[in-house]
Design a protein around this ligand. Structure first.
Ligand SMILES: [Zn+2]
Length: 173
């Protein structure tokens, strides 16, 4: 690391150098796709395929995470105060609800800062080291890449992410 990525300013990696701080969430089992998208948008999201309600609530409280749930009973628990009840089962509507809840954090995202599989914070990786490790088209068209220190997956700003953000912005304006 250390060398610059193609003339552009260095990826802000320094603490405090980021525009909006990533948020911390704990998502319930029914919100896998939303959890993934929140990670795409740079947020720290704990998600389990299977977890007891009480464990999830405890974890959210212990780690200061906003609990995201589709379960109306769960939000009524005293310990789950501050939880967000997600109304729709449709991903885009869920994201719209999140944006209405915190527009700044959701629409000024730090893309590619979280591993979608491990939820680890990613680190910048030099493009030149990636020849042959990402599809040729991606290598030609992208300038910035991030990698997960835990699993080695490589991330870039894919077009479907830009498209989703554009749709979200449009639907809210
Ligand atoms: Zn990973």
């Amino acid at each position: 690391m250390g060398s610059k990525v193609h003339g552009k300013p260095k990826l802000a990696h320094a603490p405090g150098g980021v525009k909006s701080e990533p948020l911390r969430f704990a998502a319930d089992c029914m919100l896998g796709r939303l959890a993934r998208w929140l990670r795409i948008l740079g947020h720290d999201v704990v998600y389990f395929h299977h977890v007891e309600d009480s464990e999830l609530v405890d974890l959210a409280v212990r780690e200061g995470r906003v609990l995201l749930t589709r379960d109306t009973r769960l939000v009524q628990r005293k310990a789950a105060r501050g939880a967000l009840l997600i109304h729709s089962h449709l991903l885009e509507e869920q994201l719209r609800q999140m944006v209405r809840w915190n527009r700044d954090a959701l629409l000024a995202p730090q893309l590619c800062r979280r591993c979608l599989e491990c939820n680890e914070a990613t680190v910048p990786v030099e493009k030149s080291s990636l020849r042959g490790r990402v599809p040729a088209y991606v290598f030609e068209t992208q300038t910035r890449f991030m990698t997960c220190p835990a699993c080695g997956r490589i991330y870039w700003k894919a077009t479907h992410v830009r498209d989703m953000l554009r749709r979200l912005r449009r639907s809210l304006s």
